[in-house]
Design a protein around this ligand. Structure first.
Ligand SMILES: Nc1ncnc2c1ncn2[C@@H]1O[C@H](COP(=O)(O)OP(=O)(O)O)[C@@H](O)[C@H]1O
Ligand code: SF4
Ligand SMILES: [Mg+2]
Length: 366
């Protein structure tokens, strides 16, 4: 993996101090043999200090590329960062930062947890050595203190007998234990921002719940901000304050977790929520969004969700929708929220409500 080069562009003003991360009009594409893949296509969002943000969307929607761009871990080429893209972190613009400074921020002020911990852990070093090495490097403490801190970190993430565990190698641990180690490593440097990219996808359901609970407890205790990436809206419900929903590299809905989950305004989000297997709906009819995510080389002409949308009309094939206000602090990329969509909007919201109730009623009657 190489690192992203600087983009020479005049920068806007930094965000206010209470904003830890602000992504502005971020565009990351890949030049491949068949053409250009617009993986992240003009997204903007921000995250306050100590706050939590969920980034949700089906596979291929640009979630990981967003995280990797923030970390400056995109290979250039084939990657291209669009002119005018900005990533502000704690008062600095990361995309134009010298690489030396970026390396200091990475793993220190921003830490990342990946889906498969085995590939991100060093197989020939013990767990303790790996955590201690990180701590020594970033916190500039002596070996002995770094080692003590690594035992403490292992204890903090609920791994039993830490004194014995620190001497083990990654392959001697289960997937769940390895992910705990990754969390311990990420948090041992007390980062201001923790990015977790599908941290529990490779684990079984019971372990998933334990790891998420742990992540939340520790995030609250340390005061780190958390950007949680997942394809699972059920996961964000318990974990985050605000949500960004992505589809084909764009944001299609954004708001507080309560608003987005309880009163979704973009048909794509409605479909995702109708597909969550809740306790009430278990065994009931589960609606799964019909159709497939379009190829990046053959995107629909206007609304990118149009071929799959149950509420579409002719305007959706002609005019590209913007992100329109759709609630007190909620936006949705959908013409239903323009004056022309007014009449259809009520009908769509009622259908969504009916779909949710039908699922629940069916589940309860069994
Ligand atoms: N190195 C790369 N070269 C070409 N295309 C890529 C590369 N990395 C990601 N992509 C493409 O970018 C899009 C977004 O990918 P990604 O961010 O990994 O999706 P997600 O994490 O939401 O599943 C996908 O279409 C993917 O195929
Ligand atoms: S703009 Fe039209 S097709 Fe697109 S999500 Fe809204 S209603 Fe559906
Ligand atoms: Mg991903």
């Amino acid at each position: 993996m190489t690192e992203t080069l600087s983009t020479p562009a005049p920068l806007g003003a930094p965000p206010p101090r209470e904003t830890l991360l602000e992504v502005r009009n971020l565009r990351t594409s890949f030049q491949v043999l068949d053409g250009i893949v617009p993986a992240v296509d003009g997204i903007s969002f921000s995250l306050g200090r100590g706050q939590t943000l969920g980034i949700v969307g089906e596979s291929g929607s640009g979630k990981s590329v967003t995280a990797m761009t923030v970390m400056r871990l995109i290979d250039i080429p084939p990657g291209v960062i669009g002119e005018g893209s900005e990533v502000w972190f704690d008062g600095r613009e990361l995309l134009s930062l010298p690489l030396r400074e970026m390396r200091r921020i990475r793993g220190n002020e921003i830490a990342m947890i990946f889906q498969e911990p085995l590939t991100s852990l060093n197989p020939v070093l013990t767990i303790g050595d790996q955590i201690a090495e990180q701590v020594e490097l970033h916190l500039k403490v002596r070996k002995k203190e770094a080692w003590e801190r690594s035992i403490e970190a292992i204890k903090l993430v609920g791994i039993p007998s830490p004194e014995r565990r620190v001497k083990q190698y990654p392959h001697e641990m289960s997937g769940g234990m390895r992910q705990r180690v990754m969390i311990a490593m990420a948090l041992s440097c007390e980062p201001k921002l923790l990015i977790a990219d599908e941290p529990t996808t490779a684990l079984d359901v019971t372990i998933q719940a334990q790891i998420l609970e742990l992540l939340k407890t520790i995030q609250q205790r340390t005061g780190s901000a958390l950007m949680l990436i997942t394809h699972d809206l059920g996961v964000v419900a318990e974990m985050v304050d605000n949500v960004v929903v992505m589809y084909t590299g764009q944001i299609v809905e954004q708001g507080t977790v309560e608003q987005v989950l309880l009163e979704p305004r973009a048909p794509y989000t409605m479909g995702l929520i109708e597909s969550i297997p809740t306790v009430e709906k278990r065994g009931g009819r589960l609606s799964v969004i019909s159709g497939v995510v379009p190829s990046p080389f053959n995107l629909p002409p206007a609304c990118r969700f149009e071929p799959r949308c149950p509420y579409r009309w002719d305007r959706c094939r002609r005019v590209e929708p913007d992100l329109y206000p759709a609630g007190p602090v909620q936006v949705a990329r959908c013409h239903l929220h323009t004056p022309e969509g007014e009449g259809r909007r009520q009908a769509a919201l009622e259908t969504h409500r009916a779909n949710m109730t039908a699922g629940r009623a069916f589940g309860k009657s069994r």
